[in-house]
Design a protein around this ligand. Structure first.
Ligand code: PLP
Length: 457
């Protein structure tokens, strides 16, 4: 249906260049215009209500109407709407938030650097690693290892660590010096009869082989989301991180934990690193840091990394890195309030109550569905993977666009779904979701899935 001239939808098609969109298809079908939100729900400009099954982009952890966050922003706007951190300038929100993050870190961390997005945080880490290794007299130690299906953002270096084809194709990425090892996905990656532990051993060996082939003196860091998000919500097999960390330690390769999705209770602990037994050297976080009410991300570095950066900056006279909006006081104030709300409302206890209900219900209701190959997840993040053949575990032909079709059926049934590569549907609702709302979300998803099954018959 053609939207009326001058409607928001028509002007969108006329003027907006959307992130992550097939632009030609968009010219044909136009946008879904979301105009307001409350709790775990949003409404479009036609008044239709949806449950947001992924909290926007895995991020609006406190739902869509938290008044305390609105007040925190307004108060800070009135007091000091902007200041920066360049050349030793500072302000209270930046200091308070840095202190709160260091206090909450899963392992001892030394300093916090702020950026505006997860991509910028990860890009900043790569620049830190290159800079510090030059500064400490190891100029060869620059290579970065990520994982296939890993997602770390879209700026040049972050996209190079990302292991998803759509972030590389036509972009001339990855840049030289970036490598990818296999995704720790037992369902697809394991050989017939291979146990989780044996699969983990094989993947750790693959990592070690790569490091040895390139030369350990040339490899700076390994990036991992504790639980992979955008690549399909992949929970690694038992013993995986234990074995991977042993390899990294042996070759003095730093561990960067990308906590952009997992941070702030998503997996049932404050950090995904705690859920997965990771002791990172560097942590990046964003999204739930401010419940995404304003853009802010953070990089936490340990003392060793900080000393390397400090060394370089004193020899040059400055660390030539930082964004105008690094530590911007308004998003920082919102993030401080967000972290206080997590503490005061004991959101962790809530996640530990609702998360198991979500995981159990997904498995009980969908694991045996004829279109479903695997249901996986931990805490409040999960995925349902659709397969063309449950025996061979083969996915559908990409041309059949199964994910997008299910997303559309979801919208018709009042649930916004997120399709991931490989026809996996993600669930990462606002952390504040109740048990009844989980049930309602899954009722709507179930109707969409059944309608898809009828279409495919
Ligand atoms: N890292 C992870 C794990 C993410 O999930 C994302 C975004 O989804 C990013 C990094 C990039 O964050 P941003 O989109 O804010 O640049």
């Amino acid at each position: 249906m053609t939207p009326p001239r001058n409607s928001t939808a028509a002007r969108d098609v006329a003027y907006a260049l959307h992130p992550y969109t097939d632009h030609k298809a968009h010219l044909e079908k136009g946008p879904v215009v979301i105009s307001r939100g409350k709790g775990v729900r949003v409404w479009d400009d036609q008044g239709k209500e949806y449950i947001e099954s992924v909290a926007g982009l895995w991020c609006a952890a406190l739902g869509f109407d938290n008044e305390r966050l609105v007040q925190a922003a307004a108060n800070q706007m009135r007091r000091l709407p902007f200041y920066h951190g360049f050349t030793s300038k500072s302000h209270e929100p930046m200091v308070d938030l840095s202190e709160m993050l260091i206090e909450r870190a899963p392992v001892p961390m030394s300093k916090v650097f702020f950026a505006n997005s997860g991509s910028e945080a990860n890009d900043s880490v790569i620049k830190m690693l290159w800079y510090m290794h030059n500064a400490i007299g190891k100029p060869q130690k620059k290579k970065i290892i990520g994982r296939l299906k890993g997602y770390h953002g879209i700026t040049l270096a972050a996209a190079s660590v990302t292991g998803l084809p759509n972030n590389h194709k036509l972009f001339d990425l990855p840049l030289p010096g970036f490598f990818h090892v296999s995704a720790p996905h037992h369902y697809h990656g394991a050989k017939s009869g291979e146990s989780e532990e044996d699969f983990a051993t094989r993947l750790a060996q693959e990592l070690e082989d790569l490091i040895l082939r390139e030369g350990p003196e040339t490899v700076a860091a390994f990036f991992a989301e504790p639980v992979m998000g955008a690549g399909g919500v992949i929970v690694p097999p038992a013993t995986y991180y234990e074995k991977v960390q042993a390899v990294l330690k042996r070759h003095d390769v730093l561990f960067v934990a990308d906590e952009v999705i997992c941070g702030f209770w998503r997996t049932g602990n404050y950090w995904g690193s705690q859920t997965m037994g990771i002791e990172p050297d560097i942590i990046t976080c964003a999204k739930a840091l401010s419940s995404s009410y304003l853009p802010i991300s953070a990089v936490m570095v340990n003392e060793r990394v900080f000393q390397g950066i400090a060394e370089g900056s004193s020899s040059i006279g400055t660390w030539g890195h930082g964004f105008t909006y690094s530590g911007h006081p308004v998003p920082a104030a919102v993030a401080i309030e967000t972290l206080k709300i997590y503490d005061e409302t004991d959101i962790g206890a809530h996640v530990r109550r609702i998360g198991p209900h979500l995981q159990r219900s997904l498995r009980e209701r969908f694991a045996d569905h004829p279109l479903v190959g695997e249901v996986r997840g931990v805490g409040m993040v999960a995925a349902v993977e659709l397969v063309a053949d449950r025996k061979t575990r083969a996915n559908f032909e990409p041309g059949r666009k199964i994910g997008p079709r299910l997303m559309k059926l979801g919208e018709d049934n009042g649930v916004i779904l997120r399709g991931l590569p490989g026809d996996s549907i993600a669930f990462s609702p606002p952390l504040v979701i109740t048990e009844d709302e989980v049930d309602e979300m899954l009722d709507r998803f179930g109707r969409a899935l059944d309608e898809l099954a009828v279409q495919l018959r």
